[in-house]
Design a protein around this ligand. Structure first.
Ligand SMILES: C[S@@+](CC[C@H](N)C(=O)[O-])C[C@H]1O[C@@H](n2cnc3c(N)ncnc32)[C@H](O)[C@@H]1O
Length: 292
């Protein structure tokens, strides 16, 4: 398809820069190989919308020029991180799928700690393995801090990782619009969120005590080896596997199992399952599994 065919009319909205079939296929192939995210043909409008902003930011005239830059002129190595930032779906919430946090508090943490302190270790290690802007990591931190209030000498180390550098920057800032904290129970808001002095900004920040127990790093779940510890007590990997093909899901789950200590807990999103996979995991609650 010629470059001219990339520019097409988009109804009443006027002309819109569009992707040729060939460029969409090249992008979809790269995105799937690099990040695991499936890009079927019905995602073309979504990809176009997200990349138009990036094309504008680079001052390029069109998506066709952007694709030429990526695939024909050697631009991909420098641009891959930004391309992936643009196409990932980062929807998240504090206390998303709240039943998981009840299972963490009432089942996982008590079981993990049974006998642990007798051995002298009282640090619980948690990993949010597609953490987006950090709402999941800080929810883990709040739930842990509440749990630890009644028990002296307990601490937590929480790692949040994601493929997108943009969301990780938000996570490190730990500052969120007030509207996003609606799911946080009032008492926890009082204990763990700080309002900005200038109330017109409508921002809250996670308290230093929780920020200190939480750290963030870029990690692509497609990597053959994850450069993180192999003794996590709890891994949350929620609402990401649905974007992958089943064989990729199985590979990612196998790798995650290598980073869970025996008896550790894996939490998946409510629409994700292990059906058909052979993994060293036992179901202990809805979409919650324990490492054998
Ligand atoms: C829909 S969000 C889910 C966030 C959070 N786990 C939750 O359930 O609220 C999915 C996240 O996975 C990240 N992601 C996509 N592909 C990834 C990959 N290959 N490795 C690591 N993270 C990835 C995206 O950047 C996005 O932030």
């Amino acid at each position: 398809m010629s470059d001219a065919s990339n520019i097409a009319m988009a109804g009443a909205g006027g002309s819109q820069d569009q992707l040729s079939q060939r460029d969409f296929n090249r992008l979809a192939g790269f995105i799937q190989d690099y990040s695991g995210i499936r890009m079927p043909p019905n995602k073309v409008t979504l990809v176009e919308g997200r990349l138009r902003r990036r094309v504008r930011a680079l001052g390029m005239p069109s998506l066709a020029q952007y694709c030429r830059h990526l695939f024909d002129e050697g631009g991909m190595p420098a641009e891959a991180v930004h391309l992936i930032d643009a196409v990932t779906t980062n929807k998240t919430d504090f206390f998303r799928e709240p039943e998981h946090f009840r299972v963490l508090r009432d089942m996982a943490l008590p079981q993990l700690l049974t006998g642990r302190r007798a051995t002298g270790s009282a640090t619980v290690k948690l990993w949010s393995a597609a953490c987006s802007t950090g709402a999941e990591s800080y929810t883990l931190a709040m739930v842990f801090a509440e749990f630890a209030q009644q028990r002296s000498g307990l601490s937590a180390s929480i790692l949040g990782t994601d493929i997108s550098t943009e969301v990780l920057q938000v996570a490190v800032r730990a500052t969120y619009p007030e509207a996003t904290i609606a799911p946080v129970p009032m008492e926890l808001r009082r204990r763990y969120l700080l309002r900005s002095r200038d109330s017109s900004r409508g921002l809250v920040r996670i308290v230093p005590a929780l920020r200190r127990m939480t750290h963030f790093a870029r990690l692509n779940l497609m990597e053959a080896k994850y450069p993180v510890d192999t003794d996590y007590d709890v891994v949350f990997c929620r609402n990401i596997l649905i974007y992958f093909e089943p064989p990729v899901q199985q590979e990612v789950l196998l790798r995650l199992c290598r980073h869970l200590r025996p008896g550790g807990f894996l939490f998946l999103g409510h629409t994700e399952s292990l059906a058909g996979f052979r993994l060293p995991l036992q179901s202990v609650a809805s979409t919650v599994f324990r490492r054998a």
